[in-house]
Write a protein that binds this ligand. Sequence first.
Ligand SMILES: [Cu+2]
Length: 116
Amino acid sequence: MRLLALVLVLSACAPSATPSPSPGAVSTDRVAIVEPTAAIESFSYAPALIHVSVGTKVTWHNAGAQFHTVTSDSPGRPFDLSVDPDKDASFTFALAGTFPYHCGVHPQMKGTVVVR
Ligand SMILES: [Cu+2]
């Protein structure tokens, strides 16, 4: 019975209708940093969840008026980018994996790059 339950869980997680292993992820190498309102809570990465191929250079554009960072949550912090208003910052993802990040100034700002 335990094995059967495990099989059911695994099959429930397997991609079926969509080939994307990251539902909701947008295929793009451009992320905007946006400030929809003056409230810090509205600051965000758009889109927050993207997927790219190995070797892709991802560029973040700061479309807001504040200074932001793109700071890796991963061990060893493979990237920690500073992005002034109206400027770009880029990082090339050479390894496959899931790379969550946040803004060092506004910790509620969160994004993820899925590399495959
Ligand atoms: Cu920020």
